[in-house]
Design a protein around this ligand. Sequence first.
Ligand SMILES: NC(=O)c1ccc[n+]([C@@H]2O[C@H](COP(=O)([O-])OP(=O)(O)OC[C@H]3O[C@@H](n4cnc5c(N)ncnc54)[C@H](O)[C@@H]3O)[C@@H](O)[C@H]2O)c1
Length: 258
Amino acid sequence: MTQELAGRVAVVTGGASGIGRASVHALAQAGAQVVVADVDEARARSVADEVHAAGGTALAVVADVTDDAAVKAMVATAVSTLGGVDLAVNAAGVGGVEAPTHAYAEAAWLRTVDVNLTGVWRCMRHQIPALLARGAQTGRTTAIVNVASVAGLAGFPAHAAYAASKHGVVGLTKTAALEYARRGLRVNAICPGFTDTPMVAQITGADPEREAQLARRLPIGRLGTPAEIAAGVLYLCSDAAAFMIGHALVLDGGIVAG
Ligand SMILES: NC(=O)c1ccc[n+]([C@@H]2O[C@H](COP(=O)([O-])OP(=O)(O)OC[C@H]3O[C@@H](n4cnc5c(N)ncnc54)[C@H](O)[C@@H]3O)[C@@H](O)[C@H]2O)c1
């Protein structure tokens, strides 16, 4: 276990499952104290328990990223309980529905954009003042990592709201990166390809044949693992990425190269 993030506090939204959960573990193993924020209280608590069992420190907080007051309270809890926020990973997201663009139901569109894009902005607007204050207090740089997608860089047929929301996350990331670059706050995004999480199991219906079909779409011939994506999140959070500003890091088994 390295301790490169010892003394840092990280907030991870969507921390109860998949990529968020793997990011919680990667950050905790690197020595950070982690707030596991999620709308799913039971699973957030169980991930915090996993971290404690592994010798780390984690705190479960219930927060729905579509609820501004809950997001504000999530950041306030991190500050009051753990002393501040050094790192924020915004992974909470939903897949939306599958439909051609002209037939996409408006309610599903609004919901997907509210969670995936407006939710990230809501988190950032409360995280940024806390991160800037922490940086001023410690003299260290701080970082935000937004979880976008390869669907934030290329079209994703039958998933218009998802692709639009993730393209929005990349634009939001680059804009905030420019705004805070001189204030010691680095803002970057990660763009995973298909990764073996409950979100993808929802797309395939956990049918092995559909999973194999999906895997064949990746040049590497398999889905990514949450830990492989979390390794990128950890890198973007770490001082090794000190010169990385407004970057959208692709971890996709080769999809975008094709
Ligand atoms: N799995 C993939 O192939 C893949 C690829 C690219 C990007 N992503 C992105 O990675 C992120 C994590 O996805 P995952 O695959 O780990 O999915 P997941 O379903 O395993 O995890 C998503 C988590 O977000 C939480 N969540 C959903 N809505 C929320 C809300 N309103 N407020 C707070 N928490 C909420 C869920 O409870 C869940 O714990 C998402 O942003 C997703 O779009 C996933």
